[in-house]
Design a protein around this ligand. Structure first.
Ligand SMILES: [Fe+2]
Length: 494
């Protein structure tokens, strides 16, 4: 094999090996790579490798495989670039990727805001003059799931309408007494019994809206009001946003999950992870339900926070108030499950990547401010850990769940819940709102789980749920690196 061919194989193999990691590059790193490639510094070994190896390989790629930009960029990215360049989408999609000069011109609008202003080095000229070949690859079009796997996103599904339902509910943190497991179970059974005896199930969205607004008009769910059951099928394809008296978010119900992500999920999950989901009748099993929860998370809530005015003190002197096992932890860290089961976690991310990407897109669309803060948090974490659903640092994977009434005091902001069921029941009850969400398998709920208490109704069949959430202490890290930013012993490149 010629040198050129060997380099090409190495380039393609290398790129395919790290393609998943490239997707999770922070935006700054993407632009750093762009700058390094654009104008390789000949005084450094990396610059010389780019000039001598990578540029000729890209040229070879251009000769042998005249890939158009549309085969490399996701449809969404092509649309974004076209919207900021004089080229039409179609013309842009057919632009050969090795035509770097032309691509520089159309990408100008994206380069400039990211301060990529240095001109491309002349060495790249050899790439621009690849002869045009007379064939075009014309393979079968990718399926939706394949597009998500390749691009990390696919054509956006039909735009979901966001229906806003305003209520007078005054959002505050729920209080639940500390009780034994048996007492908690009994209290949840009482709520379930109440719902069974006193509920209303509207047949239309308009009727549901009236009932919920009436139930909450005094700012709380009155004792005499009946629980209202909301079927997500009433808004299929759309998103419902329920707000409180100050416009604060009470819940998003997303009934727009693409069907290819919903269909057959339980069967797929069981074939990948045999033995994790069992057929259950939660009412019969009670506390014997084989409910197992695994947390694949990045936590800061167990970290020690340095008090103000301790810049001279050694970090080992700071301890977390409740931490008895490991008081030396000073920075966000991975949960036990991530460390104990790295292969399983990686397997989950790979197997359910299309679903994770979908959930991530919903988060970024519906709660962009929270998503921005969490992205900033993830971007400053040591070791650049990856998460299943960007930018949520925490994930609970629940097998056979039927939760008792609780709220998640260790979270901050919104939690995203997605449950799949093959059977019936398992509705999510938002207790303080008097609201029972009867969701289709795979529909998403986003709500402040750290404030509103919640539980599941009983179910029969196979059930799995995933909860993506944040950590109440992420702000402490963002603010001043757990109080260590000015500490004389603490050095970090961020
Ligand atoms: Fe919860």
């Amino acid at each position: 094999m010629s040198d050129e061919g060997a380099r090409l194989v190495a380039l393609i193999t290398g790129a395919s090996e790290i393609s998943q990691e490239l997707k999770y590059l922070r935006s700054v790193e993407c632009w750093r790579i762009a700058v390094i490639l654009r104008n390789p510094d000949q005084t450094k070994p990396l610059g010389r490798v780019i000039t001598k190896e990578i540029v000729p390989s890209v040229k070879a790629l251009g000769y042998r495989f005249p890939i158009p930009l549309g085969n490399l960029f996701s449809p969404a990215l092509i649309r974004l670039v076209a919207s900021r360049s004089p080229m039409e989408i179609k013309e842009l999609a057919l632009l050969p990727i090795c035509n770097v000069r032309e691509i520089d011109t159309v990408m100008e609008a994206l380069y400039r805001p990211n301060h990529v202003t240095m001109p491309r080095a002349p060495v790249w000229d050899i790439v621009c003059h690849a002869p045009e070949l007379r064939f075009r690859s014309n393979g079968p079009p990718l399926s939706e799931a394949q597009k998500i796997l390749v691009f990390g996103q696919s054509d956006p599904p039909p735009t979901a309408k966001i229906i806003v339902l305003k209520t007078k509910y005054r959002l505050k943190k729920a209080t639940i007494e500390r009780r034994s497991m048996q007492e908690r179970f009994e209290a949840s059974e009482t709520i379930r019994e109440n719902i069974k005896n006193r509920h209303t199930t509207p047949d239309s969205f308009d009727e549901f809206e009236k009932v919920l607004q009436k139930n909450l008009h005094s700012g709380i769910f009155g004792k005499r009001a009946k629980f209202v059951i909301f079927k997500s099928s009433l808004i299929r394809g759309n998103v419902l946003k329920i707000t409180g008296d100050k416009g604060d978010l009470l819940a998003f119900v997303c009934a727009n999950t693409p069907s290819h992500l919903q269909d057959g999920f339980i069967d797929k999950y069981m074939s990948l992870y045999p033995g994790t989901i069992k057929e259950c009748n939660s009412a019969e099993l009670g506390l014997r339900l084989p409910f197992k929860s695994s947390h694949f998370s990045l936590y800061n809530k167990f970290s020690a926070i340095a008090p103000e005015g301790t810049e001279q003190a050694h970090p080992s002197t700071f301890v977390h108030g409740s931490q008895t096992r490991d008081s030396s932890t000073l920075q966000p860290r991975e949960s036990e499950a991530v460390l104990s089961y790295p292969l399983e976690f990686s397997h989950f991310k790979d197997s359910f990547q299309p679903l994770c990407e979908w959930i991530s897109s919903q988060i970024q669309d519906l709660i962009p401010e929270e998503a921005g803060i969490l992205e900033a948090y993830l971007n400053t974490l040591p070791g650049s850990p990856t998460v299943a659903v960007h930018p949520m640092p925490c994930m609970a994977l629940n097998h056979n769940p039927c939760t008792l009434q609780h709220f998640d005091g260790g979270d901050a902001g919104s939690a995203i819940v997605i449950a799949f069921i093959k059977g019936k029941g398992g509705q999510l009850v938002l207790v303080e709102l008097g609201l029972v969400l009867e969701l289709e398998s795979g529909h998403i709920v986003i709500f402040p789980a750290c404030k509103l208490s919640h539980l599941n109704l009983h179910y029969e069949g196979f059930r799995v749920s995933m909860v993506f959430h944040s950590d109440c202490s992420s702000q402490a890290w963002l603010r001043n690196r757990n109080g260590l930013k000015k500490n004389q012993f603490f050095t970090a490149p961020f």
